[in-house]
Design a protein around this ligand. Structure first.
Ligand SMILES: Cc1cc2nc3c(=O)[nH]c(=O)nc-3n(C[C@H](O)[C@H](O)[C@H](O)COP(=O)(O)OP(=O)(O)OC[C@H]3O[C@@H](n4cnc5c(N)ncnc54)[C@H](O)[C@@H]3O)c2cc1C
Length: 147
């Protein structure tokens, strides 16, 4: 097996394809990793969520990391890591254009709202929101079997 670096264009292309990744945030010295659905556009990752632990933590500390991959098997895979900052897109003047963009991108996919819009049944309803993560830095590695 050989492992090589991916350039930025390859990393962004993989992120476009994946649509599901693991978002890492941290607060009070405690990391938290969580699966999310997302779309990529113009240097940003867009997603939809109810309020909860990850949103509270990203409001406290906007520095986040997202990992996504395409795994064919243990010797044939691609993986990307994004370093960026959380930015909430509230429904008000100043973020309306970005919020509309998030909705337009996410709503191209069937049942786009379901994973971010539902909580365990016992919990009280929480407000939903759109957010984005700036792609400040991205790294990628891929593995291929040696022919
Ligand atoms: C494939 C996939 C796609 C998803 N897409 C989205 C999305 O686009 N947007 C979105 O908001 N959510 C998505 N989810 C759900 C997401 O992983 C979280 O469960 C959800 O967002 C609640 O996170 P929270 O921090 O608000 O948790 P809270 O409801 O505030 O609960 C926090 C507590 O629940 C535990 N917990 C929360 N989520 C999980 C989990 N997934 N697994 C194990 N323990 C958990 C935490 O450890 C903590 O103890 C997706 C999940 C999957 C599997």
């Amino acid at each position: 097996m050989v492992i090589t670096e991916m350039d930025r264009a390859d990393c962004l292309a993989l992120l476009q394809k994946c649509r599901i990744g693991r978002l890492a945030c941290s607060a009070s010295d405690q990391p938290y990793v969580i699966p999310i659905s997302f779309v990529v556009d113009g240097g940003y990752i867009y997603s939809f969520s109810l309020t909860g632990q990850k949103i509270e933590w990203m409001r406290q500390n906007s520095k986040v990391c997202l990992q996504a991959d395409e795994l064919e098997n243990k010797r044939n895979w691609r993986s990307v890591i994004v370093y960026g900052r959380y930015e909430e897109l509230p429904d008000r003047i100043g973020t309306k254009v970005q919020r509309d963009r998030a909705w337009a991108l996410l709503s191209q996919h069937a049942q786009w709202w379901e994973p971010g819009g539902l909580k365990p049944v016992a919990e009280a309803p929480a407000p939903h929101l759109f957010y984005r993560i700036s792609i400040d830095e991205v790294t990628g590695r891929k593995a291929r079997p040696i022919a």
